[in-house]
Design a protein around this ligand. Structure first.
Ligand SMILES: NC(=O)C1=CN([C@@H]2O[C@H](COP(=O)(O)OP(=O)(O)OC[C@H]3O[C@@H](n4cnc5c(N)ncnc54)[C@H](O)[C@@H]3O)[C@@H](O)[C@H]2O)C=CC1
Ligand SMILES: O=C(O)C1=N[C@H](C(=O)O)C[C@H](O)C1
Length: 252
């Protein structure tokens, strides 16, 4: 096959990276040209002739990796957490000097998760209260999850646009952490439990009723269609896209 996408996976020996290596290897329209671990120099990516990178590393490494990719004209599909507003703004500035390069930062590659977050944001304008519970495996190094942060941001934006007031909360005294983290005014609670992979519930409460939107990733295979979709679309979407929903037609 001609014009196969030449992909380098960064974080290739990790839980997600090893799954991505298998997925890219199995994709007929892609060629896995490099698989980098923590100690491999980034120049390996260039030597291997990659046109795209997939970054599934750690919050401390991802920014430098993506900067390197953009500076060398490579498209990037990024699943690693830690992309704060400030980091994304810096990256967007860098991309102005590389107008042909596409970068996707996807807090979650699972289609069901992306849909659940979109549905939650839609629903949140109609309910008085909203809180998020994210539940993950205990090896996860960051909390709250990138998905929960993104979901809270989407919910907060919808509620602000609709003029919905803050969720009611009469708490006057509490132990540190008892009410979770405050992300744009939405409370986010993080559970770490052996046996889990990646799960999230958005709890929406109104007078006499509750709506719960739950998504479960039982296996990291659930993230791979999103990774491959990102790789197939990134070159056609120059600039920075935040959230896989930016590559999907969700009708909103
Ligand atoms: N967007 C999504 O759908 C998903 C995102 N994630 C995120 O992906 C990231 C990785 O998650 P896991 O695979 O569970 O972690 P992990 O700890 O199993 O893997 C990370 C790997 O990256 C390596 N690494 C660190 N710095 C590196 C560098 N500069 N170059 C190459 N490799 C480097 C580490 O040695 C490790 O092998 C996390 O931030 C996690 O939150 C995880 C699952 C799904
Ligand atoms: O570390 C993980 O496992 C996951 N990380 C991402 C996040 O922080 O949202 C995506 C998914 O939840 C799995």
């Amino acid at each position: 096959m001609t014009n196969r996408i030449a992909v380098a996976v960064l974080g290739a020996t990790g839980r997600m990276g090893s799954e991505a290596v298998r997925a890219v290897d199995a994709a007929e329209d892609m060629e896995l040209v490099a698989a980098l671990g923590r100690n491999d120099p980034l120049s390996t990516v260039l030597d291997a002739g990659a046109t795209h990178i997939v970054d599934l590393t750690v919050p401390d490494s991802t920014e430098a990796n993506v900067r390197f990719a953009v500076e060398h004209g490579l498209h990037a599909v990024v699943g690693t957490t830690g992309w704060s507003d400030e980091r994304r703004a810096d990256l967007a500035s860098l991309l102005e000097a590389a107008p042909a390069v596409g970068v996707l930062i996807a807090p979650n590659f699972a289609l069901g998760s992306v849909l659940a977050s979109a549905f939650a944001a839609q629903a949140a304008r109609y309910f008085e209260s909203v809180e998020i519970v994210e539940l993950h495996h205990p090896n996860k190094v960051d909390a709250p999850s990138g998905t929960a942060v993104r979901t809270a941001e989407l919910i907060a934006a919808e509620r602000a646009a609709a003029g919905v007031p803050a969720s009611p909360d009469a708490t006057e005294t509490s132990l540190d952490g008892a009410r979770g983290a405050d992300v744009d005014g939405v409370r986010v609670h993080a559970v770490r439990l052996r046996g889990l992979v990646a799960h999230q519930e958005v709890l929406l409460g109104g007078e006499g009723e509750q709506l719960t939107l739950r998504h479960d990733s039982y296996d990291r295979a659930s993230f791979m269609p999103g990774v491959l979709l990102g790789l197939r679309r990134a070159a056609g979407r120059p600039g920075l896209t935040y959230g896989l929903d930016g590559y999907l037609d969700l009708g909103n």
